[in-house]
Design a protein. Structure first.
Length: 300
């Protein structure tokens, strides 16, 4: 991370499911006040969790900021994000999130596999893929193969069981209110995502296409699989289409399949994520509120 030259804006966002530690807030204030002028502390009016920001103008070096700001926050169950430059000054212009276990609470492939009596088998494969232990494309093909012969009607059954993650709709509303586009990238399936995205008012989305023969699933997908690199490519394409610099893009995901898009974003957020993702992302949200991502950016 490169902190901007003197004069740039810097913001520390803090979120937690419990009240923020006054001792930590004071520590963060002391650290930042030695490196940023006009420092302001703002408690955000959120419901169901706690959030605050510290914002100022850079005047000095931020060497060692991870050890001074992030490590102690993590120990106190506080998720912290340091943003700077245009992202701190103007906020995101594009927010992109993964879908399964991020924008929604479940993995759709596992819900479909339940109808084939193979949920546990598929869940085990999904977990290994999300941890980065299996190639996502190959693992998806293997999991989709378990659906062969299921009636297409199971898709409607599963769609009725989908629950959005707490705060998901709120995050979309916050993006709208702050002039940001909101998009979804999914390793799941269009037949589930299309109606969901339409109902919530998502700007753009992509997912995999299940092949159907008559009124049954064939156990195959159609077209290129939306995997790790495809997600990053799509984020880049949307940013270009919308005229948004990647430094003002925020990406959110939970599995290894999301790492490439988290890496290219101005801020990559690991949401209740696997260890490999938490280790590589810019920041984390470790509790079940997707709108906490907005609070890290000062949205409330």
């Amino acid at each position: 991370m490169i902190i901007p030259a003197v004069g740039g804006t810097v913001r520390l966002g803090l979120v937690s499911p419990r009240p923020l530690s006054p001792a930590y807030v004071q520590h963060a204030h002391d650290y930042l006040s030695a490196r940023a002028a006009d420092l302001t502390f703002t408690e955000l009016p959120v419901e169901g969790f706690f959030a605050a920001t510290l914002t100022g103008t850079v005047t000095g070096s931020f060497d060692g900021w991870r050890n001074e700001l992030i490590s102690p926050a993590t120990a106190l169950l506080i998720d912290a994000a340091l943003t700077w430059g245009p992202l701190a000054e103007d906020g995101p212009a594009l927010v992109v999130t993964d879908v399964d276990s991020t924008f929604i609470t479940a993995e759709v492939i596992e819900l479909l596999a339940r109808h084939a009596g193979r949920e546990e088998e598929v869940a085990a494969i999904t977990d290994r893929a999300m941890r980065g232990e299996l190639d996502f494309a190959e693992s998806l093909q293997e999991r989709v193969a378990t659906l062969r012969g299921l009636p297409v009607s199971v898709i409607d059954d599963v769609a009725g069981d989908i629950e959005m993650t707490p705060g998901a709709e709120r995050l979309v509303a916050l993006a709208r209110a702050n002039g940001s586009a909101f998009c979804l990238v999914s390793g799941g399936f269009t037949k589930i995502l299309d109606p969901l995205a339409t109902s919530v008012g998502i700007d753009r989305w992509i997912a995999n296409e299940l092949e159907v023969d008559g009124d049954v699933l064939t156990g195959r997908t159609i077209g290129p699989i939306v995997g790790r690199e495809a997600k990053a490519h799509q984020v880049t394409a949307w940013a270009k289409e919308l005229g948004v610099p990647l430094e003002r893009t925020v990406c959110v995901g939970d599995g290894a399949n999301d790492l490439a898009m988290l890496a290219i974003a101005g801020l990559g957020v690991a949401f209740q994520a696997k260890p490999v993702v938490r280790e590589q992302a810019d920041t984390t949200v470790s509790f079940n509120r997707l709108d906490a991502v907005g609070a890290l950016l000062g949205w409330a």
